[in-house]
Design a binder for this molecule. Structure first.
Ligand code: AHM
Ligand code: MG
Length: 341
């Protein structure tokens, strides 16, 4: 039985048997993500010292070049997983193509691929606002022992075996699911240990927060405009509160705890929105559903979308179930009105 204050390490061992393919490989993989998260956390926390310890492009006291944090996070996660020989392939939002690991080694038996957004919301770093790492894990579909192919990465979100995020916030948390609910662990920075602080996280069925970049309002589809007006209307428990950090992990995390909806719709400028299906939307959708919330592109379930390319973008609406369903109703109604002319 999981209990508060259990360490993440203890939790992983205890829950390993509840995973249907128990070989320990997935546990080792989550352990390596935990390790990389601590390294990135340490670096993110130093970001405010940038003017004191040097800026990007400078050489630090050890003779190392200062790196942009998103580049550092990307390298740290990739290196940690590659060196520990824990996955057969990695795709990252920061890389053009996927990386095949140990494809020359015939004894290479690893069966998982990881897709990662190493530092999401990185435009927020300079202003001391929370950023996050998002990860998504699948079993490969091509034969074990052969080099991975694009097919191993272009799987529907419903095929995910695990997903999660790390939020580098006022405290650093790792939140993940292996398909048995969502659990959140808070880092005690003094001793570098994650403790179970948020067992069985659940989205309230309805909420009072809507999160969207309203500066783009004029470019949004009619259904989204109508839903935003509905959120602002004085009726029943409305108007809702508007909260938008501009850091998906942070907006999602707050909404899951308090109840709310996050939207990044398509617009007249970006026909598929901004967020990436494989690195951002699918993992957040898996977490949302495991926490009894919902994730949609406005018309259909995010995790049912058949991916066609690694860096594909999709409109994203995610959060408390009732709120997402109401937004979908507005989208459908607007579409019906538009086609009835
Ligand atoms: P990024 O992957 O380039 O960091 O972009 C993703 C981020 C999300 O975290 C956030 O919700 C969104 O972009 C904010 O975009 P905008 O500034 O257009 O509202
Ligand atoms: Mg991102």
């Amino acid at each position: 039985m999981s209990q508060k204050n259990q360490t993440l390490g203890e939790f992983i061992i205890e829950n390993q048997s509840s995973f249907k393919y128990t070989s320990g490989e997935l546990s080792r993989l989550i352990n390596s993500i935990r390790l990389a998260a601590k390294v990135v956390n340490h670096e993110v926390n130093k970001a405010g010292l940038v003017d004191i310890i040097g800026t990007v492009g400078d050489t630090n006291i050890q003779g190392e070049d200062q790196q942009k944090l998103d580049v550092f996070a990307n390298e740290t996660f990739i290196k940690t997983m590659t060196k520990r020989n824990i996955v057969c392939g990695i795709a990252s939002e920061e890389e053009d193509d996927f990386i095949s690991i140990n494809s020359q080694d015939e004894n290479h038996q690893n069966k998982y691929v990881v897709l990662i957004d190493p530092l999401d919301g990185s435009s927020n770093i300079d202003v001391n606002v929370s950023v996050g790492t998002i990860f998504s894990i699948y079993r490969r579909v091509t034969p074990i022992g052969t080099p991975v192919t694009l097919e191993d990465f272009l799987q529907k979100g419903s095929q995910q075996v695990a997903a999660g995020y790390i939020i580098y916030g006022t405290s650093t948390m790792l939140v993940y699911t292996t398909g048995h609910g969502v659990n959140g662990f808070t880092l005690n920075p003094a001793i570098g240990t994650f403790y179970l602080s948020h067992p069985d996280m659940i989205f309230p069925e309805s909420g009072k927060i809507y999160s969207v970049n309203e500066g783009n309002y004029i470019h949004f589809p009619q259904g989204i405009k109508d839903y935003i007006k509905y959120c602002q209307m004085e009726e029943g428990d409305r108007p809702y509160t508007s909260r938008y950090i501009g850091s998906l992990v942070s907006d999602f995390h707050r909404n899951m705890i308090k109840g709310g909806i996050y939207m990044y719709p398509k617009s007249s400028q970006n026909s598929n929105g901004k967020l990436r299906l494989l690195y951002e939307c699918n993992p957040m959708a898996f977490l949302a559903e495991q926490a009894k919330g919902k994730a949609s592109d406005g018309f259909k379930r995010i995790m049912d979308i058949e991916p066609t390319e690694l860096h594909q973008r999709v409109p994203f609406i995610c959060g408390s179930k009732n709120m997402v369903e109401t937004a979908e109703e507005f989208m459908e109604l607007a579409q019906k009105k538009a086609t009835s002319f």
